[in-house]
Design a protein around this ligand. Structure first.
Ligand SMILES: [Cu+2]
Length: 188
C-alpha cells in the first residue's frame, strides 16, 4: 500500500470515528402507567417527522385467546394470524379498518397488511368471548409497559411531541419535550 492510499484510509477511519462520536440528539421518554393491567397498555409518540417502514408481526389464536391480545404495529405492517388450537377460528375486524379473513382450522391462518392509522378491534365470529387489538401507529416510538407499569421509549429525536397512552380502547395524552440527551419522565 502506498503512502497516498494509507493516508486516504486513515482519513476515512478518522471521519467515521468522528461521526460515531457525534451526539445523537435524542432522548428517552420514561415513566409509569397506572392501570389494573399496565402491560396491556401502549404508550406511543403520536407523530414523529419522517416516514417509517412497516414490518412483520404475528397474532396467534391459542386457548381461544388472541396472543398477544394487544399488538402495536407501525403503519404498513403485515400481520400473520395463526390458529394454534384444535378448533376452527375466524378473524374479523372493526374500527379503523373493517375486514373478515374467513374461518380456518388448526395450523392455518391468514395475512393482513394494515394501511390505516388507529385502533382495530380483532374478533372471532366462532368465539364471541375472543377479543384482541391491533394498534396501527405512525412511527416505531412506542412501548408496552412492564407488569409493574414502567415504560421507556428510547432514542426519540429531540423535540416537542404529544405522547399518548392507550388502554382498553381509551387514550390519554400529554405534551412532552424530549431533550437532546438524557430522558424526560411522565406518568399516566
Ligand atoms: Cu375463535
Amino acid at each position: 500500500m502506498n503512502l497516498l492510499k494509507k493516508s486516504a484510509l486513515l482519513a476515512i477511519v478518522f471521519f467515521a470515528a468522528l461521526l460515531l462520536a457525534l451526539p445523537s440528539m435524542a432522548g428517552d421518554i420514561e415513566g409509569t402507567v397506572g392501570a389494573p393491567k399496565p402491560d396491556n397498555a401502549v404508550v406511543y409518540v403520536e407523530k414523529v417527522a419522517g416516514t417509517f417502514p412497516g414490518g412483520k408481526a404475528k397474532m396467534d389464536q391459542d386457548h381461544k385467546m388472541f396472543v398477544p391480545s394487544v399488538l402495536p404495529i407501525v403503519l404498513g405492517t403485515s400481520v400473520e394470524f395463526h390458529n394454534s388450537d384444535s378448533v376452527q377460528h375466524n378473524v374479523f375486524a372493526v374500527g379503523a379498518e373493517q375486514f373478515n379473513l374467513g374461518t380456518y382450522g388448526t395450523g392455518a391462518g391468514a395475512q393482513r397488511t394494515f394501511s390505516k392509522l388507529g385502533e382495530v378491534d380483532i374478533l372471532c365470529n366462532v368465539h364471541p368471548e375472543m377479543a384482541g387489538y391491533v394498534l396501527v401507529l405512525q412511527n416505531p416510538f412506542f412501548a408496552q409497559p412492564e407488569p409493574g407499569g414502567k415504560f421507556r421509549i428510547a432514542n426519540v429525536p429531540a423535540g416537542d411531541y404529544v405522547v399518548m397512552a392507550w388502554y382498553g380502547g381509551k387514550t390519554k395524552k400529554q405534551n412532552v419535550k424530549v431533550p437532546v440527551t438524557g430522558s424526560v419522565s411522565i406518568s399516566f
